[in-house]
Design a protein around this ligand. Structure first.
Ligand code: FES
Length: 114
């Protein structure tokens, strides 16, 4: 499955230590401004799919409160199981324009034959 490039917006719109969320092909992408460098994850907790927030250093799940290392995406506290991590999203910064590469969204075909 090929990656598809999507334009997100201007990186300068995200202040240092802040984050912004985008919807890309029906998937939520969270871009962090960490030390002046962008970093992105799918906004979906590996526990039960909760949305995340960023406090400038860590990510925290809004649903059950699990903490994640913002640099690596690794889970740091229950109820996330050891070794679980957020899904990283590949970013490209061209000037001030942010792009992300996501795999094509899965498509389903129906068959009338049973
Ligand atoms: S859904 Fe994130 S900790 Fe449960």
């Amino acid at each position: 499955m090929a990656d598809v490039r999507h334009r997100l917006g201007k990186f300068s719109e995200i202040s240092l230590g802040q984050f912004k969320k985008y919807e890309v092909d029906g998937r939520a992408v969270m871009v962090l401004n960490m030390d002046g460098q962008p970093k992105a994850y799918l906004d979906k907790c590996p526990h039960m799919g909760g949305q995340m927030r960023f406090d400038g250093k860590r990510l925290k799940c809004n649903l059950h409160g699990a903490l994640f290392d913002a640099e690596t995406g690794m889970g740091k506290s229950p109820p996330v199981e050891e070794g679980a991590k957020l899904t990283p999203v590949k970013l490209v910064l061209e000037g001030d324009d942010l792009f992300c590469d996501l795999p094509e969204a899965p498509t389903f075909t129906w068959s009338d034959e049973l």
